[in-house]
Design a protein around this ligand. Structure first.
Ligand SMILES: [Zn+2]
Length: 305
């Protein structure tokens, strides 16, 4: 047998083998692009990660929770619904609805556990920001609609990252979910985290996305909202400078503006909200540990002699 015929004998089966394995490589490659869900904590203001199919179908199922479209992530061999639970949700049994292609629906139940958030009492010198004037209320109403619409943004692409980077390096001045009192009057719970930093400190996108809108609002001051895909939306408030425009694509870590003290504030900070299926949830769930630890890790050591 010649060298050439040995080569032909060997190459042919290798070639056929490669051809046969091609779909496997394509599948593995596609699976590699899968995004891990954020950390689960099924409490009001948290996230429930619910497995929704026994087998992996090609297209993701259509899932809703309280009539709102829910994020579905590719868990490599199974689909996961990533459900944002509103702060006002009652503990107990909740359900998601799956609308199948054959027009049949399936209900999956999941449990929401109780969580008691701490109280926070804030004194504001500007009384108008506690009890706004009549004309302010008209403005506040219009702005609320704009912001709600932005939070209800839906785009089919999956988020590129569910492990966030800090939007600002500073100090955690107010955590998520606090039951708030302004000048001793009860108000809505804190729907985000506040990170205090000097005016002008850059604010960076914690994950890649597309700018939904920018604006200057009565309570929120200069504000930017980012769509990260499948209903994951983040909001940055009280900014000094806004450095982006609607529809602009931003990468993880890219600057979107600077820290300021516009709107209802007692000092320079960014109010940062994270929302899934229009439910404001604890941003901690998008970090390995929690924001406070991340902020301490990011702190630059003070030089001593
Ligand atoms: Zn805040």
């Amino acid at each position: 047998m010649t060298n050439n015929s040995i080569k032909t004998l060997l190459i042919k089966p290798i070639f056929i083998c490669c051809l046969l394995m091609l779909p496997c490589f394509v599948y593995i490659n596609a699976a590699m692009a899968a995004v891990d869900p954020p950390r689960e904590n099924p409490v009001p203001g948290g996230i429930a990660v619910v497995p929704i199919s026994k087998a992996h179908t090609i297209t993701p199922p259509h899932v809703t929770y309280n009539n709102k479209r829910v994020m579905v992530l590719d868990g490599r061999f199974i689909w996961y619904a990533v459900v944002g639970i509103p702060l006002g949700a009652k503990p107990g049994q909740h359900e998601i609805r799956i609308d199948r292609a054959d027009k049949k629906t399936r209900i999956i139940k999941f449990n929401v556990e109780p969580k008691k958030y701490k109280e926070q009492h804030i004194t504001l010198k500007n009384k108008r920001q506690v009890n706004p004037y009549k004309k302010d209320l008209v403005r506040i109403g219009k702005e609320k609609k704009l912001i709600t619409n932005a939070f209800r943004q839906w785009s089919t692409n999956s988020p590129s990252e569910t492990l966030f980077k800090l939007p600002v390096e500073g100090k955690l001045s107010s955590s998520f979910g606090l039951r708030r009192f302004f000048n001793e009057q009860p108000r809505k719970p804190h729907s985000g985290v506040d990170i205090a930093a000097p005016k002008g400190t850059p604010i960076k996108a914690p994950a890649s996305g597309k700018i939904i809108s920018t604006g200057s609002y009565f309570f929120n001051g200069n504000t930017v909202l980012i769509d990260h895909g499948q209903g994951l939306v983040t909001m940055y408030c009280h900014m000094d400078q806004i450095g982006v425009k609607p529809d602009q694509i931003v990468k993880q870590g890219e600057a979107i503006g600077t820290v300021g003290m516009t709107g209802r504030v007692t000092g320079p900070h960014v109010h940062w909200s994270v929302s899934i299926n229009d439910a404001r949830i604890d941003p901690d769930l998008f970090f390995m540990d929690n924001i406070e630890t991340e902020l301490v890790k990011a702190e630059k050591p003070v030089k001593t002699k």
